[in-house]
Design a protein around this ligand. Structure first.
Ligand SMILES: NC(=O)C1=CN([C@@H]2O[C@H](COP(=O)(O)OP(=O)(O)OC[C@H]3O[C@@H](n4cnc5c(N)ncnc54)[C@H](O)[C@@H]3O)[C@@H](O)[C@H]2O)C=CC1
Ligand SMILES: O=C(CO)COP(=O)(O)O
Length: 332
């Protein structure tokens, strides 16, 4: 039997009881992830509707009665969507869940920060973890994190989404949870290059491991908690996304290593690979604030066509020698 809730001193609620408290859920975005999140909520007995910018329903009526609004659109649309939602006069009791993994190109804000700035009175929850949508749609077991500074809102989303096939943990660190999911996309591009060049298991292990201090440096700089990066939304998502061809970001790197053009790879994918935009935003931030991100920097140069995949590998291998110890304030 699946149970909700976490610490041992809190009462354990049988899932069947939790499901009686069904919610009205509106999912924004009918792409791969929005569709999967709508299905998960529906199969738990919730009342679900899905809104998409090209669909027939208007946003205002789609969110009017919602207890929970889940935003699962690409990063490029989040800022405009938040403004549209403001016009739609969202109720302040509505829980806003963001499932997007990206950074705003104009402001470097995460989606939860955009929603927080636009809706200061609404509970904001981040949903993030190792959740390749194809596996979720195939009803394979998965786990994720719902993170919020509002403990009750996180618990409510946990209850609405938890099932025998989708295990949900709460966290008090929304920024850490969404940054883990966002930053690993850039690393997945690097790992795709590594595999595409057939550099072997040693190189891949080194790349993934060295990515962790890099992600931590950015995370700490942006106000995230270190331990979050060692959980499902950090290390967990990094491993899932770097595992192979189910990840679109990995496929971007793999294609580049095969000599394909970025535009052709993206056209072939036909869906979102957030790591491309994230690399640009991240490097702007790293340059501005002096954050060392050596792997992301090589990915960025490769995406811009300034270096070849082989040169990216050489540039990483030939950096100045140093101790391994992970200094979060390292200068190189
Ligand atoms: N597919 C997956 O396995 C997972 C995806 N995510 C994240 O979810 C987000 C969406 O990804 P997918 O659904 O896979 O991508 P997708 O490419 O399948 O769908 C993107 C969706 O965003 C909408 N959209 C794009 N620009 C928009 C705009 N300007 N205004 C309104 N809507 C807009 C599209 O109409 C579409 O519904 C990304 O940030 C991704 O990193 C997170 C976890 C898993
Ligand atoms: O975030 C994801 C899995 O957790 C999806 O990864 P991709 O966007 O690389 O397909």
């Amino acid at each position: 039997m699946v149970t909700s809730s976490a610490p041992s001193e809190t009462p354990i609620i049988p899932l069947s009881e939790a499901l009686k408290q069904m919610a009205r859920v509106t999912v924004l975005g009918a792409g791969a992830w929005g569709t999967a999140l709508a299905r998960l909520a529906l199969s738990n007995g919730n009342q679900v509707q899905i809104w998409s910018r090209r669909g027939p329903s208007d946003l205002k009526s789609a969110v009017a009665d919602a207890d929970i609004v889940v935003s699962a659109i690409s990063m490029k649309g989040v800022s405009a969507l938040a403004s549209q939602l403001q016009t739609a006069a969202l109720k302040t009791s509505t829980i806003l869940v963001t499932a997007t993994k990206g950074l705003d190109p104009e402001t470097t804000r995460t989606p939860s920060k955009i929603f927080r700035d636009t809706f200061p009175d609404n509970p904001i929850v981040v949903l993030s973890g190792p959740n390749l949508s194809k596996e979720i749609e195939a009803q394979l077991p998965a786990a994720t994190v719902v993170a919020s500074t509002d403990v009750d809102a996180a618990a409510r989303v946990q209850q609405v989404y938890s099932s025998e096939m989708f295990r949900i943990y709460t966290s008090p660190d929304p920024v850490g949870a969404e940054l883990g999911g966002t930053l690993k996309n850039v690393i997945a591009i690097a790992v795709g290059v590594c595999d595409g060049l057939k550099l072997g298991s040693n190189a891949k292990a080194a790349l993934i491991t060295r990515a962790i201090p890099e992600m931590l440096r950015v995370g700490v700089h942006m106000g995230a908690q270190v331990e979050t990066f060692y959980g499902l939304s950090g290390l967990g998502d990094l491993l899932a996304t770097c595992d192979g061809t189910l990840s679109r970001n990995y496929r971007v790197g793999y294609g580049l290593a095969q000599g394909k053009k970025l535009d052709d790879i993206l056209a072939e994918l036909g869906s979102t690979a957030e790591g491309v935009n994230t690399a640009h935003v991240l490097i702007d931030m790293a340059n501005r604030d002096g954050i060392p991100v050596p792997i992301a920097r090589q990915v960025h140069r490769l995406l811009r066509g300034v270096i070849t995949p082989q040169e990216a590998v050489g540039n990483l291998m030939e950096r100045q020698l140093k101790p391994e110890a992970c200094d979060l304030r390292a200068k190189n």
